[in-house]
Ligand binder design. Structure first.
Ligand SMILES: [Ca+2]
Ligand SMILES: [Ca+2]
Length: 122
């Protein structure tokens, strides 16, 4: 093998080693969301505090289930494979917004930031 090709192969191998030697990163953002769950976040783009749900919560403002999320959600990650609805009011009432299954991470956007008070799958 000509020397030039040997050097190229050696540097490629070094690059591959470099990638695989990176330390495992702690999950951040949307990547924190477990499989088969709907995850909601207090900040945009999966930032802030996360809460995850298997089937939903009829009142984010009570002490049953996650706390601190009522009217405090700015993004979500639908990792559940189910359809979900987000409601402005407790008890699945008021205005609602729908999520298709497996849509990945989404920001609610200014019209829906800090409004969700109940949510459920179906
Ligand atoms: Ca609750
Ligand atoms: Ca609300």
């Amino acid at each position: 093998m000509p020397l030039r090709k040997v050097i190229a192969a050696a540097s490629m191998a070094a690059a591959l080693v470099g990638v695989s030697a990176l330390p495992a990163q702690a999950a951040t953002g949307y990547n924190r969301c477990p499989q088969f769950r709907m995850c909601v976040f207090t900040g945009p783009n999966g930032s802030g505090t996360m809460a995850s749900f298997a089937v939903g919560d009829g009142d984010l403002g009570d002490s049953n289930g996650p706390t601190g999320m009522n009217n405090n959600i700015e993004s979500f990650y639908n990792n559940s494979g189910h359809h979900w609805d987000f409601w402005d009011l407790p008890g699945y009432s008021g205005d609602f917004r729908h999520s298709e299954p497996y849509v990945g991470g989404k920001n609610f956007g200014s019209a829906w930031d800090n409004r969700v008070s109940s949510l459920h799958d179906y």
